[in-house]
Design a protein around this ligand. Structure first.
Ligand SMILES: C[S@@+](CC[C@H](N)C(=O)[O-])C[C@H]1O[C@@H](n2cnc3c(N)ncnc32)[C@H](O)[C@@H]1O
Length: 218
């Protein structure tokens, strides 16, 4: 493993973290000019990362249910060369085909950073029910070779249930057509945030099943 690869997984603390892991994965997949979705805009750090990756000429759609989060996101991304569209709506709108048809393309990436708004009301958290609905819609909508990146917080109230539900959803995806990987940090006192990446590689969806695969699909 090269030092640069490991460093790319580390945050400001110098330790690996779920968010730097997701940002590094997005940087390897998202191209300039792409259309991408931030399903939980929050304070806009993930939207800013997506805006920088897609600039110039990209389009970033950012959801949040809190106007203050969308204000913060617009402010943070004010100088970006990508177009940022903020939507004050539950991300489960991605299930709705009419909603999806309003956008220019299928997204190359959809990012979920679950939980509550840092610095905001800690009782306004993402919930398993709407998160799973949004993930289902995002997976249908995702462009071939796109990825869904999810940061889960098992350590906060309500977060453990949501994390388990999201992990079960990811584990249930057919391995013939989807890739799933998980990033976690086991040596912490409280459960650390973890990340899941879900992909729809065209090499899998277009390939015919071979006999005797090395990896036994479910
Ligand atoms: C951990 S924060 C996101 C952090 C953010 N991506 C950033 O870079 O700062 C989670 C956000 O999800 C939002 N949220 C909660 N439920 C939601 C829902 N059903 N649809 C969209 N956003 C939701 C919260 O309002 C909160 O701002």
């Amino acid at each position: 493993m090269s030092t640069n690869f490991y460093n790319s997984l580390c945050g400001k603390s110098g330790r690996p973290g779920a968010i730097p892991f997701v940002h590094a994965a997005l940087a390897s997949v998202v191209r300039k000019g792409a259309f991408v979705v931030d399903a939980t805009a929050g304070n806009g750090y993930d939207t800013l990362h997506l805006a920088r990756l897609t600039a110039p000429g990209g389009n970033v759609l950012a959801f949040d249910i809190q106007p203050s989060a969308l204000d913060a996101t617009r402010k943070r991304c004010a100088d970006c060369d990508s177009r940022i569209e903020t939507v004050l709506r539950c991300h489960s709108a991605m299930q709705d085909r009419n909603f999806r048809d309003q956008w220019p393309a299928r997204p190359a990436a959809v990012v979920f950073n679950l939980g509550y708004l840092p610095g905001g009301d800690k009782t306004l958290i993402t919930s398993a029910e709407t998160t799973l609905a949004a993930l289902g819609g995002a997976l249908e909508w995702l462009a071939p070779d796109g990825i869904i990146a999810i940061v889960c917080y098992p350590g906060h109230t309500g977060g453990e249930l949501e994390t388990s539900a999201v992990e079960r959803w990811a584990a249930s995806l057919a391995s013939e057509t989807h890739t799933v990987c998980r990033f976690s940090i086991p040596n912490t006192r409280r459960p650390a945030p973890l990340a899941l990446l879900v992909g729809k590689p065209s090499s899998l969806t277009e390939a015919k099943p071979k006999e005797g695969p090395a990896h036994q699909p479910r």
